[in-house]
Design a binder for this molecule. Sequence first.
Ligand code: 5AD
Ligand code: FES
Length: 360
Amino acid sequence: MNTSKLKSTLKRVAAANRPELADLEYLLGLTDDRELALVYQYADEVRAQYCGSGIWLRGVVEFSSYCRNNCLYCGLNAGNKDLPRYRLNAEEILAAAEQIAGGAIKTIVLQSGEDPELDPLWLRDLIIKIKSRFDLAVTLSVGERSRQDYYLWRAVGADRYLLKIETSDRKLYESLHPDMSFTQRLRCLGELKDLGYQVGSGNIVGLKGQSLKQIARDILFFQENDFDMIGIGPFIPHQATALAAESKADLQLTLKTLALTRIVTKNTYLPATTALGSLGADYRREGLKAGANVLMPNFTPQPYRKYYEIYPGKRCINENAGDCGPCMEIMAGQINRNIDYSVGHTLKRGGEHGQKGTNY
Ligand code: 5AD
Ligand code: FES
């Protein structure tokens, strides 16, 4: 093990305005357990320095599993006719919001497939109701929409938006997303930022045909775009997809990507993703020790949870809506961290709280 090379590379990457691709590739390629431990520890220190010891919670409500797309990796793909689909009504979503707020959690994430029947005015009214009844920041995650829709929701107080780039490699992106365009994806991310949303993006690690160089470029893409939040999840093959026969992502590669994203982007919200918790065992603690500082407990009501099957083995499928919140406290305690019950707005740009968007 060449500790001095490793340490000097980590320092150079952390200090650079734009790290060298070759440095990131070298770090992503490490396999020795002691070397990996040093990378994770370095990321943990950067997390402590820029974000403190807190773990922020975002309560997720998966409110529609309908999707128009056919992403090669995703179990919700439109071609999967075996999956029963559901759509929650406003009352069910408001009940979930009440549970989230009742658990002292300050963010609700409204997530769905790209549901062709999502009425933007219905979602606008729902945001208004949530905002008037509860002390909750609202994060939307409903995919690619028109600027007008993004504007409509932002204007009634939606705070944040999650739209993963999945891969920053245009060719790989377009091979995984039939009928979608990388240019369009970038258009959406740009508009969301322009409208004053706090923007979350992220990638999938371990995709078929994905090289270390492409992952290194993902990390540079995250830095260039100055995202407020970045979700990094391991690929998990789903039986009803074109990638059914591929192998799942390597845990260490996922953790390295997370750790390097922390080291490069510094004060970003990085979740220990549900996919990381579903990789055979629950590796979210490992994620939290390698740079992550967010957990996303599931508040989708039963009996719908099992139908939001993005990938198989998704954790907490049988739990009830309120179960995951308390579990977060236990997890934080196990690794000597604490849950931070503040709203957790962006740490970027002097913590502008995302309220300054004026480009409506
Ligand atoms: N494995 C891992 N992550 C997946 N996602 C979708 N399908 C899979 C899969 N098979 C992720 C995508 C998407 C998020 C909601 O779930 O990154 O943005
Ligand atoms: Fe769902 Fe622990 S995170 S029960």
